[in-house]
Design a protein around this ligand. Structure first.
Ligand code: SF4
Length: 307
């Protein structure tokens, strides 16, 4: 029987790999605990989501016979302001652990189920590492029953579920669960059609997220079509991320923002490399993302805040 310590840099969300590792090690009789620097372990797992957070051993020497590190935070680094993916450091979980039912008791403060039904994305957006990490095809990796057993809420981590050829069957599974579903990574509006929108209508949701990242693509007709078939009518429940400071002019940013607002969607400005972004883009973000102001100040040129 081994004593296993679990560490993650993710503090506001349960770590899915750690929950799976916990389930696996419990199943073979090991004892599990959250990693404490004063204790000694046979094995420590460190799971890092972010490249900018401190590593497990920054402040203390790990007392363990073996340390296994994994997660995007170890294989993504930032060079010249761009995220770089190092595939040699990418360590997927072994198959028998990847597909185990997660040990949700590790995080009693969260009551929802969490997981991936699909992995990968064909879009290969320049600012995103999903394609390099998970592949350029969205493939089904699980049925819902693999990580859901009656919880009232499901947080889906799929990068682009609508790009999967089985997505209609997966949407049916989500609808039949009757649980409230959060598509945390958003839905690709370019892949919506009357059939899958009707299926989405059967899935319980409180908020749908989309993105309009590329200003060179006019997505107006897709948003119009979605509005025509969806039962989600309020703009408060349809949010659209608008990427700025990444190959777009302020005119292109404003075009997307005004168009979305006129179509009954809630634009939400995201800034690429915010630390070095021009002041005008930060003001734009403040104006749009502060709902109270955005509702009363109709044009960016009339917004006087943050000058
Ligand atoms: S569509 Fe989304 S998940 Fe896919 S590459 Fe672009 S940003 Fe990443």
């Amino acid at each position: 029987m081994n004593k296993v310590g679990l560490w993650s840099d993710c503090h506001n969300f349960p770590s899915l790999p750690l929950m799976k590792l916990s389930a696996y090690h419990k199943s073979i009789g090991d004892t599990i605990e959250t990693y404490m620097p004063i204790n000694h372990y046979d094995l420590v797992y460190a799971s890092k989501v972010f490249s900018f957070t401190d590593d497990i051993d920054v402040e203390s020497i790990i007392q363990a016979d073996e340390v296994i590190k994994g997660g995007s935070g170890y294989c993504i680094s930032v060079k010249d302001g761009k995220e770089v993916f190092d595939s040699s450091r990418n360590k997927p979980l072994p198959k028998e652990i990847e597909h185990i039912y997660p040990d949700y008791s590790l995080y009693p403060e969260y009551s929802y189920a969490v997981g991936f039904l699909t992995r990968g994305c064909p879009r290969n957006c320049g600012f995103c590492v999903v394609g390099k990490k998970e592949g350029l095809c969205s493939k089904q990796v699980a049925d819902l029953s693999e990580f859901w057993r009656g919880q009232k809420e499901i947080k889906l981590l799929d990068p682009n579920i609508l790009a999967c050829k089985n997505h209609e069957e997966l949407l049916r599974q989500l609808a039949e669960s009757n649980a409230k579903v959060d598509f945390t990574q958003g839905l690709d509006i370019r892949l919506t059609n009357p059939d899958n929108i009707r299926l989405l209508n059967q899935v319980k949701t409180s908020m749908l997220h989309f993105a309009w990242d590329d200003p060179k693509q006019d997505l107006t007709e897709y948003f119009k079509q979605f509005s025509q078939y969806t039962t989600v009518k309020s703009d408060r429940n349809k949010s659209v991320y608008v990427l700025t400071n990444y190959n777009s002019t302020i005119e292109e940013d404003l075009y997307r923002i005004y168009t979305l607002r006129d179509l009954g969607y809630n634009p939400y400005v995201m800034i690429y490399q915010k630390e070095t972004a021009p002041k005008q883009i930060r003001r734009l973000q403040r104006w749009v993302n502060c709902r109270r102001i955005f509702r009363v100040v109709d044009k960016f040129e009339n917004y006087t805040g943050g000058r």
